[in-house]
Design a protein around this ligand. Structure first.
Ligand code: AMP
Ligand code: DBH
Length: 548
């Protein structure tokens, strides 16, 4: 059985095929082109040639099949930045199993939500995550998904229980099977949305659409078999996976070097050791690299391209990148829902420094519209709406939300406020969605507000962005307690949220206690005012700090 999703209308699909964008090949093909003995993947002291990457994913696929997994089944995968992430991804796809790759810093709530939504048969996870040090959480997931009957753990050989298998063991055992990925027009896997709603939405990506986005990205970034890409952002994120990311590098026959995290000194060492030529970062990480780089320029000699995306890059930092890191900057404005924009390698410096790029292909339809859906003139800020050969037409199983996020013509409303210039380049100027972008990590305000409201002393809560020098934005929760003589404190609320099992990066950085929420004329919390209020408070504080 295939996974249901909102398809592209037939005439669009026909056009995407005719243009050669959709080639009706499975994503598993991405690792088929690299030279057998060329190194595809470096992870710590381990090196994987293309031959071994193919072989190991074959082995795992065969074993998963042996365990009873079949096409149309689903999987929840949560792995840190390790080679096995890719082995597992391609293995699952080889037998038509559809995974969602949770971020490693996701916690109970996120994993439970994904489990409820896709009803997996298998969890592939790591004991390095606290949730998988015993089987208590796995059993809870089983209670949410009755069909769930396999837990495969990255490093575990210590688990004696039935049906808990070690991934290393499962990869190593050789078996033969004829593989059958799902059809190329069907859902290959689920991507995660940063979202703006109470429950995290899942994004169904088909082989055809994702494969195109990877090939085109690899072309734009001029990848080839000499490319050595540092994967320092969480490997499950759409950006280091596909823009062009590790998958683009595999397709081009290059080499992916895994970094455990984007820490500057750790990464500099890896860059030197493995002659890395290209890296992808979010703005806060690149700012720290720029700061640290002066003493380490020798180590960065091989780096030629630094991609920055996920959140708005300040022009000041952008301008420092080429000299500090001795490489070219490329800005990337992407979304797991589809559309990706790049500045091009041969663009003039002004374009690279001041815009977030232009769409990757001519069939990306991008409009900048006002609140009535009418296109605005170039240079005027409006909402970014888009449709195209790799932009989804609907979230998974979310008919109500889809009515809001997609218009009648199938355009996705990204919630970004942008300007378009005469050359078709976009610049992000703000946001029109209830989300905080904490240095590239997205927080849906509603999700945290709902959790806060379950606290017995809280009457209202509103989560808004507050400016932060390094992260761009952090989150501030305005709290209206029921009782003026409340005993609430930031620390206790943080603890309370942590106990609800929410990912750490979603926990408010700051709390403000107020008597009532300011409202808009239609009676909604006036978040613009709250944002202005917290900015003013911070400004005042920093001025007092300076005058001390
Ligand atoms: P998601 O839908 O969770 O994949 O997040 C995509 C969102 O991240 C976009 O809609 C933007 O709001 C934001 N984003 C991604 N790249 C950039 C960038 N280069 N500049 C500003 N915002 C960005
Ligand atoms: O933020 C994102 O989601 C993102 C950024 C850059 C993305 O999905 C992408 C490139 O593909």
């Amino acid at each position: 059985m295939s996974i249901s999703f909102t398809p592209w209308p037939a005439e669009f699909a026909a056009c995407y095929r005719e243009k050669g964008y959709w080639i009706d090949r499975p994503l598993t093909e991405l690792i088929e082109f690299g030279e057998p003995q060329h190194v595809a993947l470096i992870c710590g002291e381990r090196q994987f040639t293309y031959d071994s990457l193919r072989q190991q994913s074959d082995n795992l696929a065969a074993n998963l099949y042996q365990m009873g997994l079949r096409a149309g089944d689903t999987a929840v995968v949560q792995l840190p930045n390790v080679a096995e992430f890719y082995v597992a991804f391609f293995a699952l796809l080889k037998i038509g199993v559809v995974p969602v790759n949770a971020l490693f810093n996701h916690n109970e709530r996120e994993l439970e939500s994904y489990t409820e939504q896709i009803q997996p048969r298998i969890i592939i996870a790591s004991e390095r995550h606290k949730l998988f040090r015993d089987d208590v959480f796995y059993q809870r997931l089983q209670s949410l998904a009755p069909a769930l009957d396999h837990l495969v753990l990255l490093e575990s050989d210590s688990w004696a229980q039935h049906n808990i298998t070690s991934l290393a063991h499962t990869i190593a055992t050789l078996q033969f099977h004829r593989f059958e990925p799902s059809q190329a027009h069907e859902v290959a896997f689920f991507q995660l949305s940063g979202g703006s709603t109470g429950t995290p939405k899942l994004i169904p990506r088909t082989h055809n659409d994702y494969y195109f986005s990877i090939r085109r990205s690899a072309e734009i970034c001029e990848l080839n078999s000499n490319t050595r890409f540092l994967c320092a952002l969480p490997c499950a994120h759409n950006y280091p996976m596909s823009s062009p990311g590790a998958f683009g590098v595999f397709w081009a026959g290059g080499c992916v070097v895994m970094a455990p995290n984007p820490d500057a000194l750790t990464c500099f060492e890896l860059i030197e050791k493995h002659q890395v030529s290209m890296a992808a970062l979010v703005p806060p990480a690149v700012a720290l690299w720029v700061q640290a780089a002066s003493r380490y320029q020798e180590q960065l000699k091989t780096l030629t391209l630094m991609q920055v995306g996920g959140a708005k890059l300040s022009e000041t930092i952008a301008r420092r990148i080429p000299e500090a890191l001795g490489c070219q900057l490329q800005q990337v404005l992407g979304m797991a829902e589809g559309l990706v924009n790049y500045t091009r390698l041969d663009d003039d410096l002004e374009t690279i420094m001041t815009t977030q790029g232009r769409p990757m292909c001519s069939l990306d339809e991008v409009k900048v519209v006002d609140s009535h859906g009418q296109p605005v003139a170039n240079g005027i800020a409006g909402q970014l709406v888009t449709r195209g050969p790799y932009t989804i037409r609907g979230y998974f199983n979310a008919p109500e939300h889809n009515k809001k996020a997609f218009d009648q013509d199938g355009f996705y409303h990204s919630g970004d406020l942008v300007t378009l210039n005469d050359q078709g380049y976009l610049t992000v100027v703000g946001r029109d969605k209830d989300q905080i972008n904490r240095g590239g990590e997205k927080i849906a305000a509603e999700e945290i507000e709902n959790l806060l409201l379950t606290h017995e002393q809280i009457m209202h809560g509103a989560l808004v962005a507050m400016p932060d020098a390094l992260m761009g934005e952090k989150s501030c929760a305005f709290i209206v307690p029921f009782n003026k003589h409340h005993t609430l404190k930031g620390v206790t609320l943080r603890k309370y949220l942590r106990a609800q099992g929410v990912a750490d990066y979603k926990i408010p950085d700051h709390f403000e206690f107020i008597d009532q929420l300011p409202l808009t004329p239609v009676g909604k919390p006036n978040k613009a005012l709250l944002r202005a209020q917290i900015s003013a408070t911070l400004n005042l504080e920093s001025m007092t700090e300076k005058s001390k």
